[in-house]
Write a protein that binds this ligand. Sequence first.
Ligand SMILES: [Zn+2]
Length: 115
Amino acid sequence: MIRDRTLGARDKLVDRLPVTGELLRGTLLERTVRHKSGCPKCERGEGHRVFVLTVSYPGGRTRQLSVRRERVAEVRRWLANYQELKEAIEAICELNHDLLRPETAASKGGRKKRD
Ligand SMILES: [Zn+2]
């Protein structure tokens, strides 16, 4: 039955959920900071590369956190973990849409009746 297949697929996804505490939501941006005066590096036109994690919240609010260079690799990994977990959750939700569909509609060869 379609329902059993869907439940089986969902169980498989749940078993493989990439659960970890090392999660971060947001975007890591690289910026160049340039001092107006008194900095030899900036006077040479080099500037300083800095990393900023931008996190947006509902309502358009955003938060920015500076990330130290030595933690950039770790932050990238945590961001990737978040994306992976989010994709897995989305896939489970899609299967659950199928499970919400009435049994009869699902067994009628995919033809949908509307009333
Ligand atoms: Zn500078």
